[in-house]
Each structure stands twice: as C-alpha cells, then as structure tokens.
Ligand binder design. Sequence first.
Ligand code: FES
Length: 438
Amino acid sequence: MVDAFLFVGLPYIAIVTAVIGCVWRARTNRFSMSSRSSQFLEDRKLLWGSAPWHIGIIVVLLGHILAGVLPQVWSSILTVPGALIAIETVGVACALLAIVGLSALIYRRVTSARVQAVTTTTDLVVVALLLVQIVLGLLSAVHFRYGSAWSTGTVVPYFWGLVTFRPDMTYVADFPMLFKLHLVGAWFIILLLPFTRLMHLLAVPLQYLWRAPQLVIWNTTRRRQHAVAATIQADSRRAFLKGAAGVAGATGLMALGVSEKALNFFKGPHPDPEADSALLQKKLQRLQLTAEERSYELERQRNDMILVARYAELAENKGRYFIDYAMAPGLAFKGKDGLPLVISAKCTHLGCTVGSELDAQGRVMCPCHISYFDVQTGKPNDGAPAKLPLPQVGWALVDSTGKVVLSRKPGESMQGKVDAALLPQCSLYITKPGRGIA
Ligand code: FES
C-alpha cells in the first residue's frame, strides 16, 4: 500500500503538480522563475560552489536522462569494453563534485549576511533536499554497484510504465531502502519544482556555459552605456544562437526516444491486436503467478515447519534449494560436522539467487555482480558489491516417528541430541521465524 503510493501515486501527483504549477507560474509570474543571481552580493565563495555544483549535477542528470529516454542506445554503449567502468567512475566523480559545490553554496548562504538577506526558508529547504538527494544517489551507486547497467532492466521499465500509463511498481518495490529513498526524493523534488527557485532549471540559459563574462556597469556616461549595450546585445545574440543550437540538439535526442513511445500511445486503443493480446496475456500470467504465489505463501504461513529434504539428500559441496517463509530462496548443505547448514540464498546486494555449488574456499557465488559468501558465516568477501552476510535460517531435524530430535534457531546454539547412526532416517525442515519448536 505504502509502495503503491510512493511509486505510483506520488509520481503522478508530482508530475501533474509540476506541469500545471510551472505553466501557471510561467504565465502569471515569469520573472520569478530566475534563480535570482546573488553574484553582485558575494562572488568569491560563489565561484567555488557554483561551478563544481553545476558541472557535477548537469553531467549526472544527463546520464540519468539518457539512460531513461534512450535505453537501447544506453545499453549498446554499455556493451563497449570498459564503458561501464568509465561511466560509473565519471558518475561518482561528478556526484562528488556536485556535493562539494553544493556544500560550498550552502556554507555561503548561511555565512554571508548579504546573501542571507535574499535567502528564503524555501531556498534552504530546497538546497538541503538536493544535498540529501545527491548523497543518497552517491551512496546507492557505491553500495549497489553498476546501477547504470542494472537500472535498464528495473528503473527504466518502471519509468516508462508511468509515462505510458501502465505503472508497474514491482520493478522497484523490492529495491533496498537506500535506493527507494533516492527515488522518492526525486519525486519530491519534482513536486516542489513550481514552488521554488529550482524552476529556473526549466529556463536554463545554456548560453551561460560559454558566453563571455557579464559586464556590470554601475555608473557611466550615456555614450559609454550605449556602446556597452550594443556589445552586450551582440553577445546575447551570439549566445542565443549557441543556446538554441544546444536546445535543438538535446530536444532531437530526446525526441528519438519519446517519439516511439508516444506514437504507440497515441495510435489508439487497438494499434496492433496481436501485440495487445500478447501484452494482456503477459499481464494475466503475471497476475496468476502473483495470486498463486500469495496463496502458496499463506499456506506456508499456516505451518510451523516446512520440509526441505531428507537428510540423506543433503551434500557438502552442493546446496539444496528451498523456498523459505518469506518466499525467498534458501540453501541447505550438510556441514563438515555432518549436521545441516541452512542459509538464505537471496543475495544481500540486489536480491539475486546465489549459486548452490561451493568453491574451494567453501563459498557460494552470486552471479549478478560477483559476490562470494562464506556458507559457514554467511559473510561476503572483501570488496564484494554485497555488504551484508547471508542470514542463517532456523531448522529442525525430524526423525521417522515425526519427533523433532535436533533444532537450531539463527544465532542460537543447537537444541536436542541425535545419534549419528539415525541421521539418515531424519528429514530436514525449516522452522517458522519466532516460533518455538514442539
Ligand atoms: S545481486 Fe549484486 S552481487 Fe548479488
């Protein structure tokens, strides 16, 4: 329910509010859209904040936009050897640059009395929100590496689902909290757009990037003023042409991606009956699977123990997969001491299922982004994308009469005793978290 609001309701509220609010503000109060330059009040600290912030955030935003709007182009870029590492490195470097720049700008706002005089509470809220947002983005990029690759199969379809009015939050609902916060932060920033100075990014004067420094004249003769005005006019014209070329290029690029989606959307309700029915079929299958999964889950919740395998079926070097109470995969091994070893098989990085075969060091591997987990401790290897250990799962050994002879809860010591000769006649069960074992 919360996810449905945050990842479907909130985006639509944010987009509708932003579009209506921005149009309304542009029509009724267009001069309020600027970022209100404070350069003439203080320019030394501004230099150290504004340039890094704008360069960093523009590069990061362009990366997000390109991946979102032209996913096929983005994916083909990633197939170039070394491109993924280069993109990730540039992204992280630019995020750091933006954080340094924005921190300098915040410091300037709160320490310069002159700048403070033109700073509103909303400005401070916005810059704080931007800082939190970019820090969350950076942490997500570092903790869940290679986002530029895996986002094309998760965040991008989620985004296009919203754009084509076929929202599907399941693409992002299972994401780690850090990444979810980053996503929600983005919708909040879009929501606030028309009510803040941030709206100036929609009227971005691209020519600022390459125009000549601005000449500010406080007091001079009329003739000189005319000469300066003429120079400024010529500069502005040149800058306008450059800016228009930049905007046209960017618009063309975006139009490539948008046009295909828009075309499909506006083709009408039956653009291609076969494609429509295939899509419906897919949706139906997905719904059926979800319903089956839910009823299976409920059925499991009714039992205090779930059968994993007969003891004789357990092996030391190859785990046996099972589904736990939370419908997540798990693995059961025979430990070196001959007793069961039961752990979750859901990778703590982004939730892939880890492999079942042990390597020479007694580890299983997650194939998605290469993390190795020690099955004894669950811990990932140093430098792995996954940072948290695979959790242990509570288990019980039940003998042929149906009696629990040995059991273990995660993090606790073994309960019970069993004769090694009787082990082959026992069966392994996982136990319901938080339940005592009869
Ligand atoms: S999901 Fe990324 S390492 Fe497992």
